[in-house]
Design a protein around this ligand. Sequence first.
Ligand SMILES: [Zn+2]
Length: 238
Amino acid sequence: MLPFRILTILLVGLGVYFFLLQELLAAVTSIVLLGGVITYGVTSPRSSLLCPLQWKLQDSKSVALTFDDGPDPKVTPIVLDLLKEHDIKGTFFLIGKEANKNIELVKRIVNEGHTLGNHSFNHAFATNLFSYSKLRGDITCASDALKQTCGQSPLRFRPPMGLKNPRVAKVAKELGLIVTTWSLKYTKDSTLEGGDIILFHDGYYLFGNSRPQDDTPALLSRAIQQIKTQQLNTVALS
Ligand SMILES: [Zn+2]
């Protein structure tokens, strides 16, 4: 956070300085640069500029499989079957509202040894623009929903779309949640490496609607083969 504040002051200061010198091009360049830095901080899953976070494992011989936007009644059971078949534990970043609709599935996830993460209650498109109190309320509701459903309180928060800002950092810290993003969003062309936190979706949530992410089981099978070939361990995030 400190380097970002220093950078902001520096770039705004430069902008004002050039503006006063009537060097308008340089002044505009400074402000555009600041906009670029902020955009990077908000959108990059690897940037801790606006919000301290974990996006990679320390252990370079392990990977973590993570699943967002569930639980989904169609795809999540298939994912769980695959993980069980290969004796792999993963981490499910659940949407609170969906957890309330699929209570037995949440219980199954926990009973089979996986860990839960908080992926907000509503997965609202504008979560990153929420006020402090609205954001805190949404994240708290999601944690409460998971706790009431299965007795497990999440220790991590993954912001919807991975977008974050200093308010997210403040609320997560107050609620004792580690903000967690990813190093690899897995696709059919992906190669993985030790230390990766890998993002899959068992559900897909957009504009208030949840739908199954049907290609995830095939992607997961492919990733598991790569993990075995490379002799990597798998860990659930705790
Ligand atoms: Zn999501």
